[in-house]
Design a protein around this ligand. Structure first.
Ligand code: IMP
Ligand code: MG
Length: 189
């Protein structure tokens, strides 16, 4: 994806579909963690909207959550990581013996989640589960299976609901494919 190539956004998953799926995921998470307080760790920046909706859905199910964030950066092509992940903003909460839910926007090659999972695991949580809004299994480079997945998506670049393309479109309520093939068939919000 070169920087100035024209593109359009094609609708993939609607706001309503996301809303329904988040409720279902919260049911699953609440069933697994019910009765425990949960430390929810989001990967900045892409997870911020999904995480906000998820913790409020958990609250409606009587689960108390604590919030923290981690920022990592991967190096390589702008939209695909090459396996080198660096910690930019580490965890500030103590997590030993706590129930932890790690949340990311999208699982692509898997390098990012693998790196962060290992980092968190080394701090000895009692339970560590992973939750991603989107899973692109066709692009996986490492063997990693998240505990909770919102949607499986095709091998395309996706924006909206927290995910960006060149720092744009995080605020869109639905999810869209960035399409370079038929620049006239979609729309640019
Ligand atoms: P991974 O390390 O290849 O699994 O990459 C995961 C990270 O790459 C995600 O946290 C996103 O920040 C970014 N990413 C991968 N695919 C997409 C996409 O389709 N849209 C937006 N960001 C993406
Ligand atoms: Mg990310």
């Amino acid at each position: 994806m070169s920087e100035n190539q024209p593109f359009q956004l094609l609708p993939l998953i609607s706001e309503e579909q996301i809303k329904n799926r988040v409720e279902k995921l919260a049911d699953q998470i609440a069933a697994d963690f019910g009765g425990f307080e949960l430390l929810v760790i989001g990967l900045l920046t892409g997870s911020f909207i999904f995480m906000a909706d998820t913790v409020r859905a958990l609250h409606r199910r009587g689960i108390k959550t604590w919030i923290d964030f981690i920022r990592v950066e991967s190096y390589g092509m702008e939209s695909a990581s090459n396996g080198k992940v660096e910690m930019k903003y580490p965890l500030s909460s103590p997590i030993e013996s706590r129930h932890v839910l790690l949340v990311d926007d999208i699982l692509d090659t898997g390098y990012t989640l693998q790196f962060v999972k290992k980092y968190v695991q080394q701090k000895n949580p009692k339970v560590l589960k992973t939750c991603v809004l989107l899973d692109k299994p066709s692009r996986r480079k490492v063997s990693i299976q998240p505990d909770y997945v919102g949607f499986q998506v095709p091998d395309a670049f996706i924006v909206g609901y927290g995910l960006d393309y060149q720092y744009q479109f995080r605020e869109l309520p639905g999810l869209f494919i960035v399409s370079f093939e038929n620049p006239k068939s979609g729309f640019t919000p």
